[in-house]
Write a protein that binds this ligand. Structure first.
Ligand code: NAD
Length: 431
């Protein structure tokens, strides 16, 4: 059993906090957001993530996890302090390290001798040195500490399962092998391969992994554009490619492009890091450009089917950046809907989990409590997020209640032939 502080109780920190608690450790989650801390203390889960509420409640009940806004309540007794704060993009594309800087400064005052600080947030190459220097500057009485880079790979929507069964654990250290052994012990229960390397390589593994996955998505989206012109179906092309073990089937679904709190900012940040290092990251730029193009192309295709969008009623299914999450950060839906609104369309939208977030992100959208209200009287339906609920919706009913049965399937959820038989004017991606 270890004493652990988790700094930042968002999508990553909260899931790790409850998972470590569930494994029998003593965990304190620290967050500067007092409202979030109050919710968590009362057992209310501030995010939509399958299995998380049950896990939070059972571990609160057992007393293995608590929450606070006060570093002094958590850090002094902790052997491990995990930094899980946000590192969003700045205007120039580099990672915004203000939350990391402030977390490192605040935890340094309270760090006990021999504590291990674990950088779990996604941070630019060299951040292990950056965090180490801040702590070194502020820590009292020359207490010893180690900083390990331990990037995270969980997927929102599947985060609990991913944390308990990760594909790999990456630990980066420059000199502290004792700290790595202790961290390996903490992770032993997860039974995953552990790669130990230097801090910079560990940090780079994260950026390279996310950039590679984003590249697969942009690759198949470029193939989709070609398929449309040459009369091929990208879904079948991806299936055929995916059986090749060297390629694999994952991340080859053509659609409106990637979004979320990680891929967009991490590809941008790696391109920025590359520029700073005098490299010319042409592939990364192409990946980002294709991703933006998918959103523009989607709206262009909508206009081709409905004519001028001015005063048209457009229904949208799905607002979160992917299924099984309420996260709307950098969701393709935001750009797409803003393009529709700027052309004068009225947008009515439904999402199973992110309506509350949408009230803030998309205040001009009419939000509906179910998918059928959104499509009633609509001139087109745009499916943007592949929630299960949409895959087997009653499309026969949908075609009847729409004014114009135009269906833009931004995730290739439906069979074009079946939709055409039902009476839809169907547009998929790359088919
Ligand atoms: P998040 O925005 O959901 O959560 C961050 C939390 O940190 C917030 O609750 C915020 O209030 C808190 N915080 C900010 N500054 C703080 C401070 N000084 N002290 C204490 N708390 C503070 O972010 P997230 O999605 O959990 O991501 C965290 C990090 O993990 C990011 O670097 C992200 O790139 C990385 N990551 C995220 C995912 C993902 O799927 N969300 C996956 C892998 C890696």
């Amino acid at each position: 059993m270890a004493q652990i502080s988790i700094i930042g109780t968002g999508y990553v920190g909260l899931v790790y906090g409850v998972a470590f608690a569930d494994l029998g450790n003593d965990v304190i989650g620290v967050d500067i957001d007092a409202d979030k801390v109050e919710m968590l203390k009362s057992g209310e889960c501030p995010i939509f993530e399958p299995r998380l509420p049950e896990l939070l409640q059972s571990n609160l009940k057992s007393g293995r996890i608590t929450f606070t806004t006060d570093y002094a309540e958590a850090v002094p007794q902790s052997e491990f302090v995990f930094i899980c704060v946000d590192t969003p993009s700045t205007m120039t594309g580099e990672a915004d390290m203000r939350a990391v800087r402030s977390a490192a400064t605040m935890l340094a005052d309270h760090l006990r001798d021999g504590a291990v600080v674990v950088n779990k947030s996604t941070m630019p190459i060299g951040s292990g040195d950056f965090v180490s220097a801040i702590i070194g500057e502020h820590i009292p009485n020359n207490r010893k500490f180690a900083v390990i880079s331990n990037p995270e790979f969980l997927r929102e929507g599947n985060a609990v399962a991913d944390v308990f069964r990760p594909d790999r654990i990456i630990l980066g250290t420059d000199n502290d092998h004792d700290a790595v052994e202790r961290l390996k012990d903490l992770y032993r229960a997860l039974d995953a391969p552990i790669v130990v390397t230097d801090r910079r390589s560990a940090e780079m593994v994260k950026y390279a992994s996310n950039s590679f996955l984003a590249t697969k998505i942009s690759f198949i989206n470029e193939m989709a554009q070609i398929c449309e012109r040459v009369g091929a179906d990208v879904s079948v092309v991806a299936e055929g490619m995916g059986y090749d073990e060297r390629i694999g089937p994952l991340f080859l679904q053509a659609g409106v492009g990637y979004g979320g709190s990680c891929f967009p900012k991490d590809v941008k940040a790696l391109a920025h890091i590359a520029h700073e290092a005098d490299c010319h990251p042409q592939l990364l730029h192409a990946v980002m450009e294709i991703n933006q193009d998918q959103r523009r192309r989607f709206v262009k295709q909508l206009q081709e089917k409905t004519g001028d969008l001015y005063a048209k009623d457009i229904a949208v299914w799905g607002l979160s950046f992917k299924e099984n999450t309420d996260d709307m950060r950098e969701s393709p839906s935001i750009d797409i809907i803003n393009m529709m609104l700027s052309r004068g369309a009225n947008v009515r939208a439904y999402d199973p989990a992110s309506l509350e977030r949408a009230r803030v992100e998309l205040p001009k959208v009419d939000l509906c409590g179910n998918p059928y209200d959104a499509v009633t009287g609509a001139d087109a339906l745009c499916v943007i997020t592949p929630w299960n609920e949409f895959k087997q919706a009653n499309m026969g009913r949908v075609v009847e209640i729409m004014r114009n049965p135009v269906l833009l399937d931004g995730r290739n959820l439906y069979s074009p032939a079946v939709m055409k038989d039902l009476g839809f004017t169907y547009v998929g991606v790359g088919r």
